[in-house]
Ligand binder design. Structure first.
Ligand code: NAD
Ligand code: MG
Length: 398
């Protein structure tokens, strides 16, 4: 039987995940129709994607860039309608003609459109882990209320999803699962000394040994905050407490994560480190399609190594364990403070090793508080945490 044509909105289309998604989509003409593409400021890059994929809508965050893009598209005879602003993001995520939404905006900015897609009952391909970390309960409730399906894109969570039985419900623990093991590459500083890390530049932090990604997640991988955010993401997606989630450093990034069952079985998903595999898995689920990723040759790789993470040199991972244990608003505070600290590091206003200090100071200053009950309350906590982080940042810089 012919698979139904899926209509697709891609939020964060010009980013690393967005471009990989379009690469997979282009391999299957007739299977997917691109309905809307959204990006922040890079109108030139978005215009080039519109000329290639002819979506009905394009959305930019910046009004001036949107005006320039309208002119470019009109001159080339492209019929894509250019919209602008946050409301337009939610509109193309929840549009009745869309069935699948790739949520691949980086950071807290992705929350509102992801929740709009959830309320509208879409199939959500969730790459934007920050949305889940800051508002896990709110997002999952919106999915339940709207009848939305979540398919994880983060390679670890996609691997876990593949190792769990079919028909699992998002946020509900599967009986018989003892624990989940998230693998981590260890990033570019896996073997670096504390002194080397203190001198690390944005270029060094973004030079990931195995994955090619956006700059924010690359820095998060270098501090291992990425793995910390993924622990929290896993807790929400798979309904398990912190005590049943472990991190294992695996420098080859071939085993993407594992599920351990009560009977002692451990199931793993393996593949080359290329995000087109989880993207193709989620796009076609429950079918399988070609992703363009080269077959895995274990004989060529030869060795798969595993070691425990070093929480001394990677305090961001320790903070994430603590925030998950504390619950309430702590994950949201951690995420917001981390975004502020990473942006400052990328602008060379903060040392690499002070990212954890800023996040920790914001967590301590925020104290114990309940998780926001709705999107507005979560965004308020996010704003307050950013202010606390900026205050901590000034002290670091002074
Ligand atoms: P990226 O920086 O390459 O791309 C980010 C995209 O988001 C861009 O299209 C940008 O225009 C858009 N964007 C940024 N701010 C925005 C805003 N305020 N409003 C609207 N659009 C905005 O990032 P990426 O590496 O593609 O990561 C995207 C998300 O996927 C992140 O949450 C990341 O954690 C997650 N993720 C990425 C990878 C990877 O391999 N790159 C792997 C797992 C998870
Ligand atoms: Mg990941």
């Amino acid at each position: 039987m012919q698979a139904p044509v899926r209509t697709l909105t891609i939020l964060g289309a010009t980013g690393s995940i967005g471009l990989s998604t379009l690469d997979v989509v282009a391999r299957h003409p007739g299977r997917y129709r691109v309905f809307a593409l959204a990006a922040h400021r890079r109108g030139d890059a978005l215009a080039a994607l519109c000329l290639r994929h002819s979506p009905r809508y394009a959305v930019l965050g910046d009004a001036q860039a949107a005006d320039a893009m309208r002119e470019t598209l009109a001159a080339r005879g492209c019929g894509t309608e250019v919209l602008c602003g946050e409301a337009a993001l939610a509109q193309v995520a929840a549009h009745p003609d869309v069935d699948t939404v790739m949520a691949a905006i980086v950071g807290a900015a992705g929350l509102t459109p992801a929740v709009a897609a959830a309320r509208a009952g879409k199939r959500i391909l969730l790459a934007n882990k920050e949305a889940l970390v800051m508002a896990g309960e709110v997002f999952l409730r919106a999915c339940r209320d709207g009848g939305a399906t979540v398919l994880p894109i983060d390679s670890e969570h996609n691997a876990i999803f593949q190792c769990l039985p079919a028909g699992q419900h998002t946020g509900v623990a599967v009986p018989g699962v003892r624990r989940i093991l998230l693998t981590a590459s260890g990033g570019p500083f896996r073997r670096a000394s504390a002194a080397e890390m203190a001198r690390a530049t944005p270029e060094q932090a973004c030079a990931h040994p195995n994955w090619s990604m956006g700059r924010k997640i690359s820095v998060d991988s270098a501090t291992m905050m990425n793995k910390g955010l993924e622990l929290i993401e896993a807790s929400y997606l798979f309904g398990l407490p912190e005590s049943r989630l472990d991190v294992l450093v695996h420098p080859q990034s071939i085993v993407h994560s594992m599920v351990e069952y009560e009977d002692g079985s451990m199931l793993a998903q393996l593949g080359n480190p290329d995000m087109r595999t989880p993207i193709a898995h989620a796009l076609a689920h429950p079918e399988r399609i070609d992703s363009g990723v080269a077959p895995l040759s274990l004989a060529t790789i030869g060795r798969l190594e595993f070691e425990a993470p070093d929480l001394q040199r990677f305090p961001c991972l320790r903070l994430a364990h603590e925030a998950l244990r504390a619950g309430g608003a702590a994950p949201c505070v951690l995420n917001a403070a981390n975004e502020v600290a990473v942006a400052a590091f990328l602008e060379r206003r903060l040392r690499f090793t002070d990212i954890a200090g800023v996040a920790e100071a914001a967590l301590r200053a925020a104290g114990a508080r309940p998780a926001g009950a709705d999107v507005e309350a979560v965004l308020e906590t996010d704003r307050e945490a950013r202010a606390l982080a900026r205050h901590a940042l000034e002290r670091c810089a002074a």
